[in-house]
Design a protein around this ligand. Structure first.
Ligand code: GMT
Length: 378
């Protein structure tokens, strides 16, 4: 199949999933066209059936806001015609599903029919999409998509609760390339990060308020009073300065390592003993799955789709949002007993096997085929 993928090219989970999906589909023989405003961060253009087409939005003094949707829909029309793209898969509803619908309508004028598959990722529904400013357009573009998927059961339920949806929503969970996160990673030089007796706690996110990074600090502050420990913070975002400030105030800055944005998540996770994800809301928690695939147990909140990924008492523990004391208790419960830690590490890896890329990507292929068949009949 000739597939166009529209996504955010940044470090956010939806862009990562879209990129990994495209790369895996290319390995399975499909021709993939990424269409976005910058080359996606995890995309390396090394194969001849993966292409990247940049959407440009020229500045003009009249524009207070650059009309990205317009430029994107024009680009989609051009790329569909030029590369004979058969199906468009858009990740994150805003504004991608809307732009794709406009492109589809323009193409229909020329008797070219391109179905749209929309994947809902999380904040496009829970935080941003349901805002009254966007709600009508998001509802419209979900209902006008030829197929809709959500990355967890929880996100599907949220979508049906928050919007007036007439379309069927298929749940296709996020996935992981387990070979990339092999815990036997050879260059795992843990000694560079911490002393032998220190436990390593990790948090990865785009440091937005929804991630409740202050809870990460609070939990770590409690832990390091009880056992020797280091905290690794991976990511950049609006909360970064507040986090640094708080670490300074608490006198723990020398125990916290800030990595910034990194493309070497697998290598960093290889050092880790525990992963913290105390989010306010989280449709899936891709970072938690990446941790588990590296054999790192997860201490998380029990919000949204996280309980579908992290299993309480098996791959880690779940607490109510903001319950820092319970999270601290759970961390210490695992870290204070080497045998228990070993068992949780093994369980975390076992749980991640349920999200094997080779089992999930065919689900998307089946949706593409089904959608194309239905469109041919129409
Ligand atoms: O919240 C993020 O880290 C970014 C955001 C995105 O769309 O880029 O992530 C959402 O999609 C991810 C991939 O499907 C999910 O794993 C995240 O749980 C989800 N984030 C939220 O729901 C807050």
């Amino acid at each position: 199949m000739n597939i166009g993928i529209v996504c955010y090219p940044t470090f956010g989970g939806s862009g990562v999933v879209a990129t990994e999906l495209g790369l895996e589909l290319s390995k399975r023989g499909h021709e993939i066209h990424f269409i976005t405003y910058r080359q996606p961060v995890r995309l390396e253009l090394i194969s001849n059936n993966v292409h990247y087409h940049e959407v440009n939005v020229p500045e003009y003094p009249l524009f207070h806001y650059q009309p990205y949707e317009l430029a994107l829909s024009s680009k989609l029309v051009d790329m569909v015609k030029l590369h004979k793209i058969e199906i468009l898969h858009v990740h994150y509803a805003i504004p991608h599903a809307y732009a794709a619908y406009m492109a589809k309508k323009m193409l229909l004028e020329e008797h070219i029919h391109v179905p749209i598959v929309t994947t809902l990722h999380g904040t496009d529904i829970t935080l941003v999409g349901s805002h009254p400013f966007y709600k009508s357009a998001v509802t419209f573009s979900i209902n006008k998509s030829d197929a809709v998927t959500a990355v967890s059961k929880s996100l599907k339920e949220d979508t049906l609760r928050l919007f007036d949806i007439k379309n069927k929503i298929n749940v296709v969970p996020n996935f992981i390339d387990l070979d990339k996160y092999n815990h036997q990673f050879k260059d795992c030089q843990r000694g560079m990060m911490a002393n032998e007796d220190e436990k390593i706690i990790t948090h990865i996110s785009n440091l937005r308020p929804v991630k409740r990074v202050q809870d990460v600090i609070s939990v770590f502050y409690n832990i390091q009073k009880e056992i020797p420990a280091k905290l690794m913070f991976i990511g950049e975002g609006p909360e970064k300065e507040n986090v640094e400030q708080r670490c300074m105030e608490l006198g723990i800055i020398d125990k916290v390592i800030f990595f910034g944005r990194s493309n070497e998540i697998d290598k960093i996770l290889c050092f880790s003993d525990l992963f913290l994800l105390p989010s306010l809301t989280e449709s899936f928690g891709l970072a938690a799955l990446e941790a588990m695939a590296s054999g790192v147990p997860v201490i998380s909140s029990n919000t949204g789709g996280i309980p579908e990924v992290n299993i309480h008492g098996f791959s880690g523990f779940l607490s109510n949002v903001g319950d820092v004391d319970d999270m601290t208790k759970n961390v210490l419960h695992i870290l204070r007993d080497e045998n228990r830690l070993k068992k949780f590490k093994k369980n975390a890896r076992t749980q991640s096997l349920k999200f094997d890329i080779h089992a999930i990507v065919p689900q998307y292929e089946a949706i593409y085929e089904d959608t194309l068949t239905k469109c041919l009949v129409l």
